[in-house]
Ligand binder design. Structure first.
Ligand code: SME
Length: 179
């Protein structure tokens, strides 16, 4: 039967170790589920609850023309972002993670929440090299995101992309059958 309650994973150790535990929790949370909305919703909630000092965590999906807001945790956000605009647009366009220590120094930053001071946006690219969208994290703290945060959150983004691969369900079946 499906799990009906959820306990946050116990995270301890260095930042890298905590993110490794969080990635394992993210993989468990998406295990056997292929729905892109369901997995984005649960991963947003997991990361927002587990990682300190974030005021917005969520997904934008590429609809073939622009980015459209998906599941997130935080204040209501800009609905549509062209690939030519903002930090999210830059991540999608260049397919490289954008780490911004001070969003006020970025001319075309789109301020959805005026409280945001730093930002990390990870592009989501599928197994066929197609752009799926971006995973966007905002903080009220300046320079919130370190190298370890970036590596850890890129790993969570990979868990999300991999969760959408049908083959993954098959490969995880024997593990799920364990007592
Ligand atoms: N700040 C982003 C827009 C999205 S919100 O932060 C949720 C940007 O400049 O792309």
């Amino acid at each position: 039967m499906a799990r009906v309650s959820f306990a946050l994973p116990e995270l301890s150790g260095s930042t890298a170790e905590r993110y490794a535990d969080l990635a394992a929790a993210a993989a468990a949370l998406t295990d056997g589920e292929l729905d892109p909305i369901a997995n984005a919703a649960n991963l947003s909630a997991l990361v927002k609850a587990a990682v300190p000092d974030l005021n917005w965590v969520g997904f934008y999906f590429y609809d073939g023309t622009e980015l459209v807001v998906g599941p997130f945790q935080g204040l209501p956000a800009c609905i549509r972002i062209p690939l030519t605009r903002g930090v999210c647009g830059a991540a999608a366009r260049t397919r490289t993670t954008q780490r911004i220590d001070d969003v006020h120094a970025v001319a075309d930053h789109i301020a959805c929440d005026a409280a945001t001071n730093s930002e990390l946006v990870v592009p989501l690219v599928g197994s066929g090299d197609e752009l799926l969208g971006v995973f966007d994290l905002d903080s009220e703290r300046r320079s919130r995101f370190t190298d370890d945060d970036q590596a850890g959150l890129e790993a969570i983004a990979r868990v999300y992309v991999e969760s959408l691969q049908p083959g993954r369900v098959e490969s995880l079946r024997p593990q799920r059958a364990r007592p």
